[in-house]
Design a protein around this ligand. Structure first.
Ligand SMILES: Cc1cc2nc3c(=O)[nH]c(=O)nc-3n(C[C@H](O)[C@H](O)[C@H](O)COP(=O)(O)OP(=O)(O)OC[C@H]3O[C@@H](n4cnc5c(N)ncnc54)[C@H](O)[C@@H]3O)c2cc1C
Length: 371
């Protein structure tokens, strides 16, 4: 057992914790990341890797803008991480597509995009017809029902494990310490700092960052009895390798850089269950075969379920804890998409400054919690 003192403790070394640690490393503080070697709470290792901004959050325009901001920051970040670590990251900044299977679906998506454009002031996307879609992805024989797609140039795809790997590899290079250990709890100390008890010792710091995904709900309890975050179940199917024909990612049936295809888009509120429900994934598979019939002739090689970290109103939470201005909390269901914004735009908030203007509504205050 040891006792370690540092400037900033980050609990959670998933994509959020590592992105924040990397971003903070430029600010000249001693940083330790504590990351559980746990098989649970690992959305960072089970996600699709879409950098996805389009066709969402009309009801939360600032959150929609935040996604576009992150997507703009991404290319420079991945270049920087590649230079720093010497590792290549598979990533495509080629836009993204959502196929539509009926005229009604096409019109509804188009109407949504029109409203988004109005709400955001600008929107880098539009509806395209089947001919345009075929031009964009000529290697795919689309199903007969596919009549077009929503297109957005700000979307993309990154290998999510590659992203996590380079973020983690970058940490020692920027003098951040990464420790694999389970944090049991956070306790305020009389000197204004915090003590984090872990499986292998005690860590103390004047500032703590909570980035432990769903486990944040337990870790905040010294300051907040309940955190408005719940597990949101996603289930996916993995189809065997095919020649790579999808340089532009398609939402719902996305070909990975390795040639496999991940099918899945559902959100379910099912507690902590991470069992695959065959009936549920079958509906996703059926949809995917209508979009891309060739998938029906291929073998399924895996299926898995995993839990997203979902704030009750579907927006991110970036917040201080009530009565604890030096403890910041980060929970988002799209932490891959938002990773570049997390690296570049959130470290100052951790160090006591305000959130960027567009993210100011993302604190716990919106749930009636003073912070
Ligand atoms: C099926 C699926 C598909 C998805 N697809 C996408 C996508 O395409 N694009 C996108 O942007 N997002 C996607 N997401 C969401 C994305 O994966 C999550 O937003 C993201 O992983 C959250 O990252 P995180 O680091 O905040 O939390 P997590 O990934 O949950 O990481 C938390 C980390 O904290 C550690 N931890 C937990 N408890 C403790 C503790 N007590 N002490 C120390 N460490 C602890 C865990 O070991 C883990 O490393 C998807 C999610 C799912 C489930």
């Amino acid at each position: 057992m040891h006792n370690t003192e540092t400037d900033i403790l980050i609990i959670g070394g998933g994509v959020t914790g590592c992105a924040l640690a990397y971003g903070l490393s430029r600010k000249n503080h001693k940083i330790v990341v504590l990351d559980a070697p746990s098989p649970t709470n690992m959305a960072s290792r089970t996600n699709v890797g879409l950098i996805w901004c389009q066709s969402k959050f009309l009801h939360l325009p600032n959150y929609a803008k935040w996604g576009f901001i992150s997507s703009n920051l991404y290319p420079e970040l991945t270049r920087e991480l590649e230079d720093l670590t010497g590792e290549h990251i598979d990533v495509n900044y080629t836009g993204g597509l959502i196929p539509t299977l009926s005229g009604e679906d096409y019109d509804n998506r188009g109407a949504y995009i029109d409203k988004l454009r109005e709400a955001l002031g600008e929107y880098p996307g539009c509806m395209i017809d089947r001919t345009e879609l075929e031009k964009k992805l000529p290697g795919i024989a689309w199903g007969p029902e596919v009549c077009g797609a929503a297109w957005c140039e700000a979307d993309g795809l990154i290998d999510p494990l590659g992203l996590l790997k380079v973020l983690r590899l970058s940490l020692p290079k920027v003098d951040v310490t990464y420790r694999q250990t389970l944090a049991y709890d956070v306790q305020p100390q009389n000197d204004g700092g915090y003590r984090v008890t872990t499986k292998d010792g005690i860590y103390t710091a004047p500032r703590v960052v909570l980035a432990a995904g769903l486990a944040n709900r337990r870790l905040v309890q010294f300051a907040l009895p309940t955190l408005p975050v719940f597990p949101d179940k996603g289930q996916v199917l993995l189809v065997e390798r095919m020649p790579f024909v999808m340089p532009i990612p398609v939402l719902g049936c996305t070909q990975t850089f390795a040639g496999t295809t991940i099918i899945g888009f559902k959100h379910e509120r099912a507690g902590h269950h991470i069992e695959v429900d065959p009936a549920s994934v079958a509906t996703e598979g059926t949809w995917a075969m209508r979009v891309w019939p060739e998938l029906g002739a291929k073998r399924l090689i895996r299926a898995w379920a995993a839990l997203r970290v979902m704030p009750e109103d579907n927006m991110a939470i970036y917040s201080r804890l009530p009565g604890h201005p030096n403890v910041t909390l980060f929970n988002t269901h799209s932490a891959v998409t938002m990773a570049a914004a997390h690296v570049r735009l959130l470290p100052d908030f951790i160090l006591g400054r305000e959130l960027p203007e567009v993210a100011r509504g993302m604190t716990l205050e919106r749930f009636g919690i003073a912070c």
